[in-house]
Design a protein around this ligand. Structure first.
Ligand SMILES: CC/C=C\C/C=C\C/C=C\CCC/C=C/C(=O)SCCNC(=O)CCNC(=O)[C@H](O)C(C)(C)COP(=O)(O)OP(=O)(O)OC[C@H]1O[C@@H](n2cnc3c(N)ncnc32)[C@H](O)[C@@H]1OP(=O)(O)O
Length: 365
């Protein structure tokens, strides 16, 4: 243990995990070589926006993947890359995770259309630049050369998409439904990676839960050090997997037990309970409720208290609290993937997922 603590002081929490598990892809070794320490961490990518305030050392990671911030393979990959970049950045000490309630997506498109379609395109978007030209084209027979008037249209359009009031709807069910075993395995590895990176982060982490947070969304929240939830009767949070006919794996369960204790976790998991914000506060699933418009500012105020504690002391303590739980998955990763794949691809489980998806759609209708 003394060794672990010495290493922790030297390498930080993630570093210790890397040291302990050389074969694991978790930790600094798996950083893509294209991310250097010099790289700035203010990035906007399609599904996630990160803003690092260099004066406070606090980054805000906003999930912006409509309609419900579900955790697809792409989303998880992007999430992990962002987390790794922040972890590597010495100036970043704290991370707040939240959801944007609305976002405007700037979309640049280049299209080639025949003259007859030109009017239609113009009515859809205001093109920034329209270049008309003549294009020589081989006909379908391959014998005749025909010339078509074409319009090369470079359009910049603003597409506004609204996220419903969710923090995250959890794992993307479409990643688990009708997919090949290989793809399911790849997906599950990304889910593991997200949790390992977040639960083992050296940064102080706060979930600013400004919407519903079922299943994987709840896992992401309890992977943080502290949770602040909007006091809105429409929002709920919990590990509701059994309601879908699926089972939360041991490391979801362990994280919940570490958060709310054994008895509350037992009730919560077996019944697949989704808690209202006040009930979540009562069992300790979240730490604080605030009016919706104060979720982020409260997270920022709270973060300054966490950052008032010397980093090394906080990190070593966090490591002591979480290491055993993390090591359990690290030493069983492959078996956990195999287990997930064989479970999720069963006909009976696929049927349950289909029924759940239908229920989601019918609820809407
Ligand atoms: C022996 C075995 C031992 C061990 C087990 C081994 C391995 C483990 C095996 C499995 C573990 C899996 C763990 C799974 C974790 C998960 O996270 S599963 C996902 C659970 N999520 C949910 O249940 C949430 C479902 N969604 C909702 O309740 C609501 O959508 C919402 C409250 C989040 C938001 O409500 P609304 O604002 O009303 O939005 P809509 O319901 O209309 O949704 C809009 C749109 O989005 C689609 N959608 C919603 N959630 C998801 C999702 N999670 N994934 C994919 N798609 C989702 C919804 O269908 C709508 O689609 P359209 O109708 O617009 O096409």
């Amino acid at each position: 243990m003394a060794n672990v603590l010495r290493n922790s002081a030297k390498f930080g929490f993630s570093g210790v995990l890397s040291q302990l598990s050389i074969h694991s892809r978790h930790g600094r070794e798996c950083v893509s070589p294209c991310f250097s320490l010099q790289q700035r961490n203010n990035s906007t990518s399609p599904k996630i926006k990160v803003d690092l305030d260099n004066s406070t050392g606090v980054a805000v990671l906003r999930m912006q993947s409509p309609p419900v911030n579900s955790l697809s393979l792409d989303f998880l990959t992007e999430f992990c890359i962002n987390l790794e970049k922040l972890e590597m950045d010495k100036s970043c000490r704290g991370l707040i995770i939240t959801s944007v309630s609305t976002h405007t997506h700037t979309h640049t498109d280049t299209d080639t259309v025949t003259q007859s379609h030109k009017t239609m395109i113009h009515t859809i978007t205001p093109p920034v630049c329209v270049v008309s030209q003549t294009l020589s084209k081989v006909s379908s027979t391959g014998l005749d050369i025909i010339t078509l008037p074409v319009c090369v249209c470079v359009c910049v359009c603003l597409v506004s998409q609204t996220l419903s009031k969710v923090f995250s709807a959890g794992l993307d069910i479409m990643e688990m439904y009708g997919k090949s075993p290989e793809r399911c395995g790849e997906f599950w590895k990304a889910v593991q990676e997200m949790w390992l990176k977040l639960y083992g982060s050296n940064m102080a982490t706060i979930a600013a839960i400004n919407g519903s947070s079922p299943a994987g969304g709840c896992l992401m929240s309890i992977g943080c050090d502290y949770r602040i939830m909007a006091d809105n009767p429409r929002y709920s949070i919990g590990l509701n997997e059994t309601q879908l006919g699926i089972v939360a794996p041991f490391w979801f369960k362990d994280t919940l037990v570490n958060t709310v204790g054994n008895r509350a976790a037992e009730l919560s998991l077996e019944l697949g309970l989704l808690y209202s914000a006040p009930d979540a506060l009562k069992i300790g699933l979240v730490d604080q409720l605030v009016p919706e418009d104060q979720v982020l500012s409260t997270a920022q105020d709270t973060m300054s208290k966490w950052l008032a504690v010397p980093d090394h002391a906080r990190q070593i303590t966090k490591s002591m609290m979480r290491k055993q739980t993390i090591d359990k998955l690290l030493s069983n990763r492959e078996a956990d993937i195999t287990n997930f794949v064989s479970f999720i691809t069963k006909d009976s489980i696929q049927r349950s997922l289909r029924m759940y998806l239908e229920m989601l759609k019918s609820r809407k209708a």
